[in-house]
Design a protein around this ligand. Sequence first.
Ligand code: GTP
Ligand code: MG
Ligand code: ZN
Length: 303
Amino acid sequence: MKARVLQTTGSWYKLETETGDVLDGRLRGKLRLSDLDVTNPVAVGDLVSIEIEEDNTASIFEIEDRRNLILRQSTRQGKHVKNQIIAANVDLAVAVQAAAKPVPKPGFIDRFLVSCEAYGVEPAIVFNKMDLSKGKKEQKVNELTSIYLSLGYTVLHTSIQDPGSIEAFSGLIKDKLVVLVGHSGVGKSSLINAIDPELNLKIAEVSKSSEKGRHTTTFAQLHRLSNGAMLVDTPGIREFGLVNIEPGELSLYFPEMKTERENCRFYNCTHEHEPGCSVIQKVEEGMISSQRYESYLNILYSL
Ligand SMILES: Nc1nc2c(ncn2[C@@H]2O[C@H](COP(=O)(O)OP(=O)(O)OP(=O)(O)O)[C@@H](O)[C@H]2O)c(=O)[nH]1
Ligand SMILES: [Mg+2]
Ligand SMILES: [Zn+2]
């Protein structure tokens, strides 16, 4: 029997079977695992083959090949780096940012987009809490929005106080397996509650002094919504650490650089200092956003 992983907590997994039953399951001892160095061998969104035991728990004996995944570097302890699969088999990944409390972080968005491009995941960006965006804050969000729209990405503005915007968000995710990622306190769980209040997900006010969230959602969980979406709510993350991306291929994941790099003098141009670099030239001409280029360099140095 096949099942979908709804939640992972320690060695137990919450699974939904083909027939709609929800069971707890565990990994069978001798399971063939992927060679990714990850903290969690099974992720929310995974499809698995199970056998149901006498006590009505499931035993997972196979993980189906993933169509794609959202992977990030979660912690670095000295030299030891651990990666985490945030979700697998997703139709859409949404980076949720807040217009204020906390303010948007373009670096986060760009790392998220690079990861989506690299792993073949369709991305979108949602700026939530638009009711709090006045003056300079609104200007900042609009600036970012036009950058990402011009690159062909989907961008939405939402506020849980504006039903029309929630309807638009609901339309975006309808019938898809969607994962929401973003900093703590941007309103990921609130957006889900706004579509389906009966889910009653836990939310909490951001800290008044730091304007940071309180890590209210503590583990990733897949929810079935009334609009047909399967939505993965995730805990807030501070950084979106990139995994397995070579410096030389980084510009392939920036759509505005992908074609431009062919015009660079050197085939292995890193677009950092090289003479005859077409990317640098386009930045100087204002054809490539200097903010995006700055993100590119930050990521390049971090790899
Ligand atoms: N003004 C305003 N507040 C919002 C909006 N959306 C969410 N909030 C508030 O922001 C705070 C944080 O919301 P959560 O939904 O808990 O945020 P989260 O992204 O799920 O946070 P973590 O679970 O910690 O990752 C709560 O006080 C919400 O009421 C919005 O559109 N406008
Ligand atoms: Mg939450
Ligand atoms: Zn170059």
